[in-house]
Ligand binder design. Sequence first.
Ligand code: PMP
Length: 426
Amino acid sequence: MTRSETLFEQAKHSIPGGVNSPVRAFRSVGGSPRFIARAQGAYMWDADGNRLIDYVGSWGPMVAGHAHPEVVAAVQAAAVDGLSYGAPTELEITMAERICAIMPSIEMVRMTSSGTEATMSAIRLARGFTGRNFLVKFEGGYHGHGDSLLVKAGSGALTFGQPSSPGVPAELAQYTLTLDYNNSTQVREVFAARGHEIACIIVEPVSGNMNCIPPVDGFLETLRDVCDQSGAVLIFDEVMTGFRVALGGAQQVYGVKPDITTLGKIIGGGMPVGAFGGRRDIMEHLSPLGAVYQAGTLSGNPIAMTAGLKMLEIISRDDFYPELTSKTTYLLEGLQQVADAAGVPFITQQVGGMFGLFFTTESRIDTYAQVTQCNIQQFNRFFHGMLDRGVYLAPSAYEAGFVSNAHTQADLDETIAIAKDVFASL
Ligand code: PMP
């Protein structure tokens, strides 16, 4: 047994499934997860000392690479001044002002400690602001594990939601309408029928939790339009896409302005952070100004703010995003070439520093239904082939991948060379 396998067995005795977040358990790809001992730049080292070129980056936050020296130094310096105060700090103002400057749709922002808290709070705020109960989400969209969001579609667009987890009351799930991502016609139909009852739409503007699926032309614009017509609040969940597809997120790339944006991951530089912000008239409904309650003992934590501010400084430097995007493109072009040479039906999709790998004969993937038709078995074999040779991809065919600016040309070339062997073996 490897040390990782031994640790996994030990973990299962005291941690449900051996992990603190389900996808880490490798259920989707099979096998035993690697336990990580340390990470630096583009690499992680597992408990057996294997070096892995990492394309997960803690599921997104590590856009500048692991243990970035400037972030680590800032956190070390801040730690000696205290780890949490539960009282306001100047750091939080600096953070709020930076976020508002980077994303002009955000006029006021509140910090949380996770993406889940951000989306949960944004939905409560939208419901409180509009006085309506229904929310629209899209199948295959993940917005954290808040009760109203753990709901998937019934078969028809107008059917009431069914909870996708025991523990979510059906009485609550009935308020969640789950539609097809990238289907503007369906959105218009639902809003024509019951737009006056809908509090908000929440959407990943580039879908990253069913692999990587960009919005088709007109989809985000349709969401903006139906919200304008009906008075519903448009929430862009940019927990993944924020500071990833561009400095200003997907709303910058596609030029559509949401009413509320949720953020997480990169904004904390690896510390536990989330945020939600948007139109002033909506945000002013939050407690203590307004009646919609939301709070957090560790919200705006000084260490998390320090790490996040340093990260925002690093990614705001001139060449950060052109470099990140061109590295990602280089990797994907290389993977495509070696897949084609091996005769494996395979395509990639990319927005900025975020990518998707699809084992399919289709020329592009726009829908959840198409993702579920991809060859999962082949992905799983590819995943394990890459992992055995030192490349760490997301352990599921339904996850997006992430490149960091710590990945060097040599890392990308090494990854492509390894993929060449693995494609040939499929
Ligand atoms: N929204 C999106 C788009 C996400 O990708 C995630 C997490 N992957 C979340 C919300 C939830 O964030 P957290 O895991 O920090 O609660």
